[in-house]
Ligand binder design. Structure first.
Ligand code: SAH
Length: 202
């Protein structure tokens, strides 16, 4: 997976590659999908949601440019896989999911693997997590019509946010950086994510 899907497509951050070698992706999908867990595609999880293709996880993680001491907010815990990868690269991961069933399963996997620096919450993540802000990195793993205002507010100076923005069929992966209080946006590539549903989403 790492060599053929990530390195071959230009993922160069050694820390990201090491984290993706370390985290057992099969633990985050249904038993029936274990044999396909390291394939080059997204996979279904419960509640009609999906776990992203490994390359997209790597691309978004690399775009965050995390240091060991960073504190990161994720919106859309889903299976927990993206949060697990992040947890190997930074001090703490705060992750919010709106579907209880998914969060219960993800928490169980974090406990089993001993990923104790992941803090979870069941809520509408488009409002962010004010009490733990500001965050050095914010990653939204569902697609919305625009970057939610509260999340921009909770991004630290010098921090980076990665989010798929577009309509409900196709989005562009945006990377927002906060520099001197102003937000600079660049675009990575076209992606397709499930809907970001909430007050500042769909
Ligand atoms: N990062 C996940 C991908 C999950 S798919 C993984 O690695 O598996 C996107 C997830 O975003 C879904 O589980 C969906 O329920 C969740 N989601 C959508 N809108 C949300 C919101 N407003 N707040 C929190 N989670 C949300």
């Amino acid at each position: 997976m790492v060599q053929e899907q990530l390195v071959a497509r230009g993922i160069r951050d050694e820390r990201v590659l090491a984290a993706m070698r370390e985290v057992p992706r099969h633990c985050f999908v249904d038993d029936a999908l274990h044999a396909r867990a390291y394939g080059d595609f997204p996979l279904p999880i419960a509640a009609q949601q999906t776990i992203s293709q490994p390359y997209i996880v790597a691309l978004m993680t690399q775009a965050l440019g995390l240091e060991d001491s960073a504190r990161v907010l994720e919106i859309g815990s889903g299976s927990g896989y993206q949060a697990a990868v992040l947890s190997r690269l930074c001090a703490s991961v705060y992750t919010i999911e709106r579907i209880a069933e998914l969060l219960t399963t993800a928490r169980r996997v974090f406990d089993r693997l001993g990923y104790f620096n992941i803090i979870t919450k069941l809520d509408d993540g488009t409002r962010g997590w004010d009490e733990h802000s500001p965050f050095d990195g914010i990653i939204v793993t569902a697609g919305g019509p625009q970057p939610p205002e509260p999340l921009i507010g909770q991004l630290a100076e010098g921090g980076t946010m990665v989010i798929p923005v577009g309509d409900q069929y196709v989005q562009e992966l945006q990377v927002l950086s906060k520099v001197d209080g102003k937000v600079e946006t660049k675009v990575l590539e076209r992606v397709r994510f499930v809907d970001l549903i909430g007050e500042h989403g769909w």
